[in-house]
Write a protein that binds this ligand. Sequence first.
Ligand SMILES: Cc1cc2nc3c(=O)[nH]c(=O)nc-3n(C[C@H](O)[C@H](O)[C@H](O)COP(=O)(O)OP(=O)(O)OC[C@H]3O[C@@H](n4cnc5c(N)ncnc54)[C@H](O)[C@@H]3O)c2cc1C
Length: 339
Amino acid sequence: MIYCDLAIVGAGTAGCFLAEQLSQQGYRVALVEKSRGVGGRCSRRGLPDEQSVDLGAFSFRHNSGLLTPDLQRWQQQGVLRPWHHSAATLESPEALRRDTQWCGVPSMNSWHRKLCTQARVITGVKVEKLARREGHWLLLDAEGCAPVQASSVVVTTPARQALSLYPWDNEWLALIRMASERTLSQWVCALLTDRTNPQLADRYSGSDPLLAEAIRDSSKPGRDSKDSELWMLHGQSGWSASHLQLQPEEAGQQLLERFQQLLSPRGNLQLLSSHRWLLARHRGPGVAAGHLFNHQLQLALCGDWLVDDPHIDGVEAALLSAQSLTRSILNPSHSGCAA
Ligand SMILES: Cc1cc2nc3c(=O)[nH]c(=O)nc-3n(C[C@H](O)[C@H](O)[C@H](O)COP(=O)(O)OP(=O)(O)OC[C@H]3O[C@@H](n4cnc5c(N)ncnc54)[C@H](O)[C@@H]3O)c2cc1C
């Protein structure tokens, strides 16, 4: 068993950033993650020919201005870079504009690996239950074994997964339930074109009933770009929710055909991989002012669904949630997110 000051359930963006900040303050931190690697909804999928693609978030915005020193530090460390790209809507694909977002290099989750270098990372273990014994927390797996004992525990899973871990029926449970009802599903697929398409923008978004976003993954910094192009297609959440039972190839094929109809890319398209995210994104503002923290029990909740600012979502929300919880842990008089 690992004994630590702080155990974090989930090694996504919020969990890894929290681990980085508190490890730097001298806390002994353990991250327990059910998947094989870190990154959560910023994970990567390996493809044939040693290629890989960002399977979840492809980049993120920095709208709050509250993360500037961190972004600069990660950029200096070489794990995050601005992605200067052309963007357009699927409704007006010719009207190109310039945009900048941030992305991990060479993949989104390389950045997460850097964030948790000072923490103990335990992957492939799903926490089934949190138990409080003699003033400590035990994180129990399916066999009832406890790989970690900690003074404090932070749950950073999506709200729906936090529901089964949260042990008490109180006002927090109502918030977790509310957030779990706002979690959207999404089909995504990766495809390869055998010709380049300089006439197309690097990123499209819009309100087409089927296709939500098309991203030229190979245009992001640090990615290999040869004579072919790697594209990620993201299905609309409404279409995804009503087609959850499709076989992955079928869902990917429908997205590919829609991409062809809307944007007429040159060359042959090859479907490489499709994935169904049951818990993809949180819809609407989060349900708290950054995080939830019970000082007496040393139990906290943190993640993208806890930042109630309508201008902030996704990866930025997860980062700000971790930032505000760090402040509360280090300075108990701080409450909520400054965003
Ligand atoms: C297809 C897609 C596209 C997206 N596009 C964008 C975008 O363009 N821009 C943007 O900003 N955001 C985007 N997002 C959203 C963004 O990825 C998330 O908001 C962000 O990554 C959430 O981080 P998090 O740390 O809160 O949660 P997560 O990344 O979900 O981390 C939670 C972790 O907890 C683990 N876990 C869950 N239950 C357990 C358990 N019982 N025991 C142990 N571990 C557990 C999970 O495996 C996961 O690794 C996208 C998401 C998807 C899926």
